[in-house]
Write a protein that binds this ligand. Structure first.
Ligand SMILES: [Zn+2]
Length: 122
């Protein structure tokens, strides 16, 4: 794969995940650095497996979600359910192109990764 293609897919992934963090008002400096860490890790990963380039957006979204769970809490919270027990959305497919945020509880696709802002009204 062309290095440019690889960098472009990583750049797109970073932009989409950042857009969702901004939409959820969680784009503080320390969280932005979590995104950078995930991008760095996935750059290495996709260099080993170039066919995975179109999967990096979904993977970086999940990496950031996991990192946030330890330091910040569940993200992104499901906007579809509400109620007393807020739960996080899942990325689907876990390993595939065109990842979406889905609510496993209501079994609905909420938004493509990068488009949470439209659902949250921002
Ligand atoms: Zn839900």
């Amino acid at each position: 794969m062309e290095p440019n293609t690889l960098e472009r897919s990583l750049h797109t992934a970073r932009a989409l995940v950042m857009a969702d963090l901004v939409a959820g008002d969680v784009a503080q400096a320390d969280i932005v650095s979590l995104v950078e860490d995930a991008v760095t890790h996935r750059r290495w990963w996709v260099e080993q497996w170039p066919e995975g380039a179109e999967f990096v957006t979904g993977l970086i979204a999940q990496d950031v979600q996991d990192a946030l769970l330890e330091r910040y809490g569940r993200w992104p919270l499901c906007p579809a359910c509400g109620g007393d027990e807020p739960h996080a959305l899942d990325v689907e497919p876990e390993l595939g192109p065109d990842p979406r945020w889905v609510c496993a509880k209501a079994a609905v696709a909420v938004a493509p990764v990068g488009a949470l802002g439209q659902v949250l009204g921002r």
